[in-house]
Design a protein around this ligand. Structure first.
Ligand SMILES: NC(=O)c1ccc[n+]([C@@H]2O[C@H](COP(=O)([O-])OP(=O)(O)OC[C@H]3O[C@@H](n4cnc5c(N)ncnc54)[C@H](O)[C@@H]3O)[C@@H](O)[C@H]2O)c1
Length: 429
């Protein structure tokens, strides 16, 4: 098929590359000349494992095209909207870009049947708004709208797109659903088809339950510290119950990223405006904030000397994405307390420099960030940190103090090696 994506971020670029790889003719519309030129030259702009290779392969095969023109819409059977839907201060999703893009798509629809599919995470009712906007712009076009929410995870986005657990398609009729089922034929995963409203709600509900699992694990971590239990043992003990499962039941310094915080807030907003008591999700957000504050307090209590190293800035490993990364919140508070911070992240440093500039120092290696520091703080569980030689780390640090927001080391081993080791939901040793 010939298909178009509007937006070339983590979702648009990855899914466009995957559909090109499956043999489709794919156009990607962007609005920044500099980024489009980089993409045309094989630079994926974002860090995502394996992406550069797939991008290059499909540029070489001439199945993947980057453009700032909406003309591509005209020849496409399916047009995906994959632009951002950031939160407004109220928590409500900001749909301005989605709706603006819908208008442009409407103006450029061809004389043949097209399905305009929204991949962006949007509140229930948005696809009907998109439909109304397009109908207003072009009275006679032969089109349907569809909601095809995306579930990829940054860091494993390509694998998740080639081998998703499920593909959700919400549409008004079978014609649109069947065309999208055909487009997705080369991908694995269960198919879930239904109404526009169901598909829109599935996405918010899925992210909210994942965030709920994390906040629940953090609540149990907090209780574990109070009662002298080890949260990892507690969560293993409950997660082995197949009704519960242990995936995502992981304590830490809170969830971040461009999705969980905003999607939990957006679903809370949706429910509240409909008169539904959203106390459960208020609790999820409150715990996530509290856990970051408690981690900051733990750093202050464990590392009173203020020349510290930081490992990890991205909101999770294997991505350069720093949106809503817990590290930022905590670093911001530490800076107010006059901590001097030297940070290292394998991929996110350039993004952080653009925001924090010279407020902190940056290292080119994990070893350099730890060298001669009064303490080391771990915010992200990159493999590089898990595998770091702890004997070397002890020699590098001025004081052998580690405050670990991701529980990547064993407290007993750290104690035996002579570290002061504070982690989450476990006794400081
Ligand atoms: N990042 C994820 O892991 C993920 C996973 C599932 C769903 N989502 C959802 O998918 C959507 C996109 O997320 P993302 O992470 O890819 O965002 P992103 O910020 O990485 O990308 C957004 C893209 O939209 C482009 N854009 C903005 N305004 C535009 C305009 N007027 N015209 C054309 N392009 C424009 C930007 O240049 C960028 O390429 C969001 O709704 C998000 O919630 C994200």
């Amino acid at each position: 098929m010939t298909i178009t994506f509007v937006g070339h971020g983590y979702v648009g670029l990855v899914t466009a590359c995957v559909f090109a790889d499956l043999g489709n003719e794919v156009y990607v519309i962007g609005h920044t000349t500099e980024k489009l030129n980089k993409l045309k030259n094989g630079d994926p702009i974002i860090y995502e494992p394996g992406l550069q290779e797939v991008l290059k392969r499909n540029l070489d095969s001439k199945r993947l095209h980057f453009t700032n023109s909406y003309e591509a819409v005209n020849k496409s059977e399916v047009v995906f909207i994959a632009v951002g839907t950031p939160p407004k201060p109220s928590g409500e999703a900001d749909l301005s870009t989605v709706l603006e893009v819908a208008q442009q798509i409407g103006k450029n629809l061809g004389n043949h049947y097209t399905v305009v599919s929204c991949k962006s995470t949007v509140p229930v009712g948005t696809n009907r708004k998109i439909e109304a906007i397009i109908k207003e712009v072009v009275k006679t076009a032969d089109f349907d709208v569809a909601s095809v929410p995306e579930f990829l995870r940054e860091g494993s986005a390509l694998k998740d797109t080639f081998e998703p657990d499920r593909i959700v398609i919400g549409a008004n009729n079978e014609k649109a659903t069947n065309l999208l089922l055909k487009l997705h034929e080369g991908l694995t995963g269960e198919r879930v088809t239904g109404t526009l409203e169901s598909a829109e709600l599935i996405k918010y509900a899925a992210n909210s339950i994942l965030a709920t699992k994390i906040s629940f694990a953090n609540l149990i971590a907090l209780l574990s510290e109070k009662v002298g239990a080890n949260v990892e043992e507690v969560l293993t003990g409950i997660g082995l119950d197949r009704r519960i499962g242990n995936i995502f039941l992981s304590p830490g310094v809170g969830y971040g990223g461009s999705c969980f915080p905003k999607d939990v807030m957006a679903l809370t907003h949706i429910g509240t405006t409909l008169g539904v008591d959203m106390g459960l999700l208020h609790g999820v957000t409150d715990i996530n904030l509290a856990i970051k504050d408690l981690f900051y307090e733990k750093i202050k209590a464990t590392a009173p000397d203020k020349n510290i190293g930081v490992w990890g800035l991205s909101f999770k490993p294997d991505t350069d994405d720093i949106r809503e990364a817990p590290a930022f919140y905590v670093i911001g508070k530490l800076l107010e307390d006059d901590y001097q911070i030297t940070a290292y992240d394998p991929e996110a440093t350039e993004n952080v420099k653009r925001l924090l500039r010279d407020k902190i120092s940056y290292s080119d290696s994990a070893a350099d960030a730890a060298k001669d520091k009064d303490a080391l703080i771990i915010f992200t569980e990159w493999n590089e940190f898990k595998q770091f030689d702890l004997n070397e780390l002890k020699k590098l640090l001025k004081k052998p103090v580690i405050i670990d927001g991701r529980n990547i080391y064993e407290p007993k081993k750290m104690k035996d090696m002579g570290f002061t080791y504070a982690s989450v939901g476990r006794k400081t040793t």
